[in-house]
Design a protein around this ligand. Structure first.
Ligand code: GLV
Ligand code: MN
Ligand code: MN
Length: 399
């Protein structure tokens, strides 16, 4: 049981974020990086930092940090947090649960009068989902130097706006994007709490788990070229219809994934000119592929390319990440033998771990097992159990 004060600050934070970027028709969230809802969520973060007397730092790549203590003098510190942006029509929990729980865990420890030797921070990583500009975990990739700043500046959204333009419009200086040793040097350990994106904890009957391995994964663009023409006057034999190749790609993604025991998804398309009564001139599709090891993922992507006739263009790649084994076991023991679960989802914790920063993740049970959808859910009691677990972890790591 959490003390009533922590429970009420958790509830108040959750209620404040609930309407931000919510689509009234679908009930899902559209908090894309540097758009109005994202900026509102970032203002909310700044307000929560200020309300607690934390020092707000926005790093060169737009990630937000709310520090208690001085990481430059007494660091490196312990950082907890996640992200506030969403996929198109995402759920309420993917990202925000980690940020809200981080502030609530800090509140709980303060309420208990726990003193720390190390500085602590809550983080909000920018553009984790890559829903607008295509590259997931853009904030942490830039920070760790695995996303080239020139490439990032030039990434475009569906309306042709560049990431640089979007960031500038939001008041962010984009001249110094990229690897940031100073910010990285402040992070001694990072712990990201996240809603589980599958049914693992439901099956185990446990409210909280610890992340083990993150599958390698990536995103590829497939371009299918054709010839625009009239849907009513062009004989089938005269058509150059790229939609047929797309159909082969979709089926290949499924069959290749089945063959290799992997996952492959085509979830985003762009069709030119996009008329119901016109044969398309161009179809672009984005393939997301994940698997237990890199060779398998590469084989799936090659297979989709081969069967559809497209050359997959890699837009991002995340190698397999084994989250720090010692830290993981320490947290699992601390949390009464919490189960360790692998995941196919990508996270900023994985990007930091790949850069050599000790990182861990806690998962909170999701009764629907569904994520990246409005159906994503976590019961309030399980969320509060997550806050308690995160506080326990912070207390252990912050001393
Ligand atoms: C992030 O949510 C991802 O795994 O795509
Ligand atoms: Mn996500
Ligand atoms: Mn997430």
């Amino acid at each position: 049981m959490l003390p009533p004060m922590t429970t009420s600050t958790f509830d108040a934070m959750w209620q404040a974020l609930l309407p931000v970027g919510r689509d009234v028709t679908s009930g899902g969230y559209r908090r894309f990086a540097w758009t109005e809802p994202d900026l509102t969520a970032r203002e909310w973060f700044a307000g929560e930092a200020e309300a607690r007397g934390l020092t707000l730092v926005v790093d060169r790549n737009g990630n937000q940090w709310a520090w208690s203590g001085d990481p430059d003098r007494d660091g490196p510190g312990v950082v907890v947090g996640s992200h506030l942006d969403s996929v198109p029509d995402g759920g309420a929990f993917d990202g925000p649960l980690g940020v809200v729980s981080a502030f609530a865990a800090l509140d709980l420890l303060r309420e208990r009068g726990v003193a720390f030797d190390r500085p602590l921070a809550v983080a909000n990583f920018t553009d984790e989902e890559g829903a607008r500009f295509g590259v997931a975990c853009a904030g942490s990739r830039l920070l760790t130097g695995v996303l080239d700043p020139d490439r990032a500046r030039g990434l475009r959204d569906g309306d042709g706006n560049t990431m640089a333009g979007a960031m500038r419009a939001a008041g962010q200086d984009v001249t110094h994007l990229g690897a940031d040793r100073e910010t990285l040097g402040r992070i001694g350990t990072f712990v990201e709490l996240h809603v589980e994106q599958g049914p693992g904890l439901v099956d185990l009957g446990r409210p909280v788990g610890v992340a083990g391995r993150i599958w390698p994964h990536g995103r590829w663009r497939l371009d299918f070229h054709g010839e625009a023409n009239h849907a009513g006057t062009t004989r089938l034999s005269d058509r150059k219809d790229p939609m047929l190749a797309l159909a082969r790609a979709v089926l290949a993604a499924r069959s290749q994934a089945e063959q290799y025991d992997a996952l492959a998804t085509i979830g985003r398309l762009r069709v030119e000119p996009g008329g119901t009564n016109a044969v398309p001139s161009l179809v672009q599709a984005w393939l997301d592929a994940r698997g237990p090891d890199e060779a398998v993922v590469r084989a799936v992507v090659d297979g989709v390319g081969r069967e559809s006739g497209a050359t997959p263009v890699e837009e991002s790649w995340t190698p397999a990440v084994d989250l720090d084994g010692g830290l993981r076991e320490r947290l699992a023991t601390l949390l009464d033998g919490a189960p360790v679960l692998p995941t196919g989802a990508g996270h900023d914790a994985g990007i930091l771990a790949a850069a050599g920063i000790p990182a861990a993740m806690l998962f909170v049970r999701n009764p629907t097992g569904v994520s990246h959808s409005p159906a994503e859910h976590a019961e309030r009691d399980d969320c509060l159990a997550g806050v308690a677990a995160l506080a326990t972890v912070l207390e252990e790591l912050g001393r």
